[in-house]
Ligand binder design. Sequence first.
Ligand SMILES: Nc1ncnc2c1ncn2[C@@H]1O[C@H](COP(=O)(O)OP(=O)(O)OP(=O)(O)O)[C@@H](O)[C@H]1O
Ligand SMILES: [Mg+2]
Length: 488
Amino acid sequence: MPYETVIGLEVHAELQTRSKMFCACPVVDSTRAEPNTAVCPVCAGMPGTLPVVNRKAVELALRVALALECEIAPLSLFARKNYFYPDLPKGYQISQYEYPLAQRGVLRIETARGEKTVRIRRVHLEEDTGKLIHMQDPDGQSFSLVDLNRAGVPLLEIVSEPDMHSLEEVRAYATTLRAILRRVGANSGDMEKGVIRFEANVSLRPSGSQTLGTRVEIKNLNSFRAMERAIAYEIERQTDLLQNGQAVQQETLGWDEAAQVTVSQRSKEEAHDYRYFPEPDLPPLVIEPEWIEQVRANLPELPQAMKKRFIHNYGLSAGEAVLLSEEEAVARYFEACLEQAGDSIAPRTIALWITGEIFGWLNQSGEKFENLRVPPAGLVDLLRLTAKGIINLNTAKLVLNEMLASGKPAHAIIEERGLIQLDDAGQIADIVAKVLAEFPREVASYHQGKTTVFNWLLGQVMRQTAGRASPAVARAELERQLAGSKGN
Ligand SMILES: Nc1ncnc2c1ncn2[C@@H]1O[C@H](COP(=O)(O)OP(=O)(O)OP(=O)(O)O)[C@@H](O)[C@H]1O
Ligand SMILES: [Mg+2]
């Protein structure tokens, strides 16, 4: 029987505030700072301390919730989620439960079959836990160290409805959400630093069925790759079970990165009872309508709106528009190029040079877009020289690569290396004649019908001119001389 995959995601994103969610401790880079240097009695869970809500965290949460088109609750409540773990000094996490900050939003994603809407169930505020570092002493005894720098850092949880049905959709959802989080300034998007974490809920059901199957929840997925692998593994495992007439058990799983398998953490029977109750030390979170409108008015243009504008105004394909709108730095660069170019170069041409040549070079060199050494005016200059026929297309690619590597402007490279396009018909005719004389056998096989030899001969002509010949002139001249040499 064919099955349909059903996936819902819970995304935890740290909010980029200077101080923690409920105290004045600084938020530090947990991959760099000395352990336990950003801790105070509040986030260390000392008795008698009182939490105070970080207004900036609420504002960033509102920015995300509005970007996801959620309804904002005029009044939401903080609750205590009680459980014991060494990275949770209070013995409970302050979160939101029955009355979250925002609900009922949407995230629109781009898939091979067009745009799709994934519904957002809720967006709520909570605090992060500390970190455990597991170690072994020389005798092989294992022990764990606790770092509370991260305890109390503001976290936003974004929960989707179970609306995704493939890895492609999950990938699009996760990358689009990350792009929005970055664009509104809520999160850096630095996955290596663990500032975004995923939990994936996965179930199967017979194709065509409308009821949900039994789900598993995979916790603590720290990268897109781990998330995709874990979901793929679960789809396969559950398909096998169902095809063999067995049932899927509802349970919480972890992802074992080394073994590339999901492992059971707890089953439904032993499911945690967190005994949520309203946080007595915090008043209800009241959001005035004026604040919502102010935050809404200050939202930047979001990646999806930008994507649509690029398609509509500049005639880009959906794929090109996504590539140019996802990263703010890239989008700004593209638009700066357009401004520099005016009417002299088509927007699509600029788009293709950025997504093709520049992205290709960045991929190969491992450089970051932010450190690009070719300013928008530099790229536009190069494209103008190409449009005017001063250099040909292949030369332009070579020049751009050198510009990217050295930061030199196009004209300096062209002058230094004598790359100006050769379009003197007489000079090119001489070179074509020389090539035809040098390769009589190839010319003969061309005349016998092996037309692919034409491009090879053209390649020889280009080589003789170190790639500088105008391809159009060279092509025309080669055609002319070959026609003339027929029957010789
Ligand atoms: N049958 C299902 N298959 C796939 N995903 C599901 C299914 N049912 C629910 N989900 C997804 O699971 C996620 C969380 O569901 P739910 O609201 O039940 O929270 P929970 O996992 O029980 O709570 P918590 O994670 O806080 O302990 C949502 O993203 C939802 O879309
Ligand atoms: Mg869950």
